[in-house]
Write a protein that binds this ligand. Structure first.
Ligand code: CDP
Ligand code: CDP
Length: 220
């Protein structure tokens, strides 16, 4: 199992991880893990059930008993298609809060490992290269300026029919970065040996090409 290659793509919110990871997976015919979706699914489940954000025991239980499945680009919680619902900013912000709890992270650990299947996996998140797949064949740390990321997230939300404004998004984004980088358990930081890619002035396709060429250069 250790031989099944993993490409780990980590970075802050709206750096383009999801877009780039999905396209790289498509190009290579690899499986894809959107680890952030697992934290978002847990958050949605918690919000809907009215679980208090300081009830650590109940939060961990919700993560442990997450009934979700992935079908192509669609994400289901129990049998409901929540592909759109989990993208709401409130869900992202709640995800970031509960993701600081080690018990929640532990509850989602085995589920994440189970995505590593032949012929390979591209996984994106915050701790793919540092904690979940420390022996990944390629580790990439994607970044982009706050301005570029807020603009990207704004466009995405508007396209999905949510309302949004750039000032609130920039503020939320900085808050989320801060929380993700400063938490004691699996903080957002580049993995050792990670290739850094600042995509502020790049298209998603250019970023994809860079990742693919790094991967090809490793030989296998
Ligand atoms: O799309 P965006 O980058 O905003 O967030 P996401 O990747 O969907 O993840 C939502 C939240 O889950 C993040 O703010 C992180 O706090 C948390 N997360 C994490 O802690 N570890 C991961 N591997 C993935 C996400
Ligand atoms: O997963 P993460 O939160 O890091 O970002 P995402 O959900 O992939 O969103 C990034 C958005 O910015 C998408 O709408 C992309 O089309 C766009 N984008 C990108 O991903 N990479 C670039 N270099 C430029 C734009």
């Amino acid at each position: 199992k250790a031989k099944i290659p993993v490409i780990a793509i980590d970075g802050p919110t709206a750096s383009g991880k999801g877009t780039v990871a999905q396209k790289v997976a498509q190009q290579l015919g690899f499986h894809y893990l959107d680890s952030g979706a697992l934290y978002r699914l847990t958050a949605l489940s918690v919000l809907r059930r009215g679980i208090a954000l300081d009830d650590e025991h109940a939060l961990a239980k919700a993560a442990e008993h997450l009934h979700c499945h992935f079908d192509g680009a669609h994400i289901f919680l129990a049998n409901e298609d929540v592909t759109q619902a989990i993208r709401a900013e409130e869900v992202g912000n709640t995800a970031s809060r509960i993701a600081a709890l080690i018990t929640v992270r532990q509850a989602l650990y085995a589920l994440q490992l189970s995505f590593r299947k032949s012929p390979g996996l591209v996984a994106d998140g915050r701790d793919m290269g540092t904690v979940i797949f420390p022996n990944a064949r390629l580790k990439v740390f994607l970044t982009a300026s706050v301005e570029a990321r807020a603009t990207r997230r704004y466009k995405q939300l508007i396209d999905k029919g949510f309302s949004a404004n750039i000032e609130d998004l920039s503020r939320d984004l900085k808050e989320r970065d801060e929380r993700d980088m400063s938490r004691s358990s699996a903080p957002l930081k580049p993995a050792e040996g990670a290739y850094h890619l600042d995509t502020s002035d790049m298209t998603a396709d250019e970023a994809v090409q860079q990742v693919l060429s790094w991967y090809a250069a490793l030989g296998h």
